[in-house]
Design a protein around this ligand. Sequence first.
Ligand code: AHR
Length: 502
Amino acid sequence: MKKLYINPLNKMGHINPELQGHFSEHLGRCIYEGLYVGDSKDIPNTNGMRNDVIAALKEMGIPVLRWPGGCFADEYHWLDGVGPKENRKKMINTHWGGVVEDNSFGTHEFMELCKQLGCKTYINGNVGSGTVREMSEWVEYMTFEGVSPMADLRKKNGSESSWKVDYFGVGNENWGCGGNMNPEFYGNLYRQYQTYIRNYDPKKPIFKIACGANASDYNWTDKVLDTCYRNMPDNAHGFMDGLSLHYYTVPHDWNHKGSAVDFDDKTWYDTLNKTLFMDELIRRHTNIMDKYDKDNKVALIVDEWGTWYDVEEGTNPGFLYQQNTIRDALVAGINLNIFNKHCDRVKMANIAQLVNVLQAVILTEGEKMVKTPTYHVFNMYKHHQDNELLESFIENEEIGIEDDKKVCALNESVSVDKDGKLHITLCNLSIDKDQEIEAVLAENGIAEAKAEIVGGEIHEHNTFDDPEKVTKKAFDGLKIEGGKLKFTLPAASVMHIEAVLG
Ligand code: AHR
């Protein structure tokens, strides 16, 4: 029996809904086909957005969406994607499959998508191949209400009102696809570009995000911050609101990533071991940030995370289309628990990517759609959004196959919502060992509780022929004895418990 200790008296921080954010790039079938079908007669849509996908995402709870990339962002020229569609320039998507991008999905379409989803907007600007003027004018186009060349152009293109840009990324992966820059060079460019991201409406400030590190490149974080903080005038407060971090779970290595569906037990544990590395990454980047940003004003934004496997056989290698199994459910559950535990510094995280790309929550094929195991995990974790994190600790044991790749069997986070209900999410990382758990509270006991679960045989996944193989199910194995909650968490599962205090 493992004890889960919860201290409702110790609130550790606010869980921003954006910790469960998403990312959609002009990559493969994410935007086109996955989200946007233009004036298709075969796939029911509203202003071009797929009705089935929008409904599923709203049910799951999508707080924020990042667009248009990714690597695509640093070769995207926003003016090509506004105005009459027949006049929009066609370009080659050099990063992703060399396909023709017809720019039929641009700024107006993205804002329409977010309006239908009811989510916040995160726009990623172009530093790699763009200009300060281009970025500055994009912000003016989107957010300025008055009379100006860009606001007038927006009105001419059909939108009288401006939009709210909640988050703005100043470049993407500028250490790589976004220009192969050195950190000092990027740091100086960041200082310059961010100056011209104006807050036209002071009541709706734009949250500015600098390009952060690739995984454990701690030198990037250190040098970018050193460059940005050096001689920065006091009145430049708010010059940086967030610094990003990208980390993907790749089971083997970048040349041979491994199959999404066909993997052995060792690879299961390797994958989860690599997922748990997210915790160390956040701690170490945060330590560096603490050196410069002593008051914890700059958030860490994990705006790309998730599994990255070899593409499904027979699909375009540049489209990054992969299946999604119970293993992905665990990867999602573990990462979301880690983000909760670091909610004092991590204010947004965006899984890559929303539909049909990498660890997608939704897959589509023509007019068909399936919700992946990852979808169902997000659908359970949504109950943490906007809650307060509670102090918690779970007794654990090491499991796995190789000594250096062992993982802790259990992973958890606990929050309290506005009505005082507790939300406990737990992952059992073992392939075959169920775990008996007893939840003990520092004060009060548990009066009532209900639970839901996603789990199964580790390779299970949903297909277009069998779309409900893995779903979220009600779990009826909870027992309350003297205010203590007892249950058995099945192997290879993710659970959400909602509990009422006595
Ligand atoms: O998500 C796919 C790609 O991964 C993104 O375009 C890029 O930012 C990262 O390397």
